[in-house]
Ligand binder design. Structure first.
Ligand SMILES: [Zn+2]
Length: 112
């Protein structure tokens, strides 16, 4: 979805929300996966729960990656800390398009 990518390029995380049933379409899509109505991009709550995490040692992909659930969607984010626990609250700190053209979502634990 080009609109989604355009926002992401400027560091904004916007999710297509169904104009009929109100559910978030993820992965981003022009039409709702549930009722096939049109979607429009909306700002969502970017604090969520860390479901699981893993560390990668693959060359060029080193880091800590976690599966985060927020506002009914799940996505894989990266972390700059190893002080993580499954079920902890995390917040999206930064997002964008990396130099290699892939989307990145950087999360950090909330201090609450
Ligand atoms: Zn819908």
């Amino acid at each position: 979805m080009r609109e989604f990518i355009e926002h992401l390029k400027t560091g904004k995380f916007r999710v297509p929300k169904c104009m009929s049933c109100g559910r978030n379409a993820w992965p981003p899509s022009h039409c709702c996966p549930y009722c096939l109505s049109k979607t429009s991009l909306k700002k969502i709550e970017t604090t969520g729960i860390l479901l699981e995490f893993t560390s990668s040692h693959c060359k060029g992909k080193e880091g800590i990656f976690g599966l985060v659930e927020m506002s009914g969607i799940k996505l894989v984010g990266s972390f700059h800390t190893t002080h993580l626990k499954e079920g902890m609250k995390v917040r999206m700190k930064e997002c964008g398009i990396g130099p290699d053209g892939t989307a990145f979502y950087f999360f950090t634990p909330t201090m609450a």
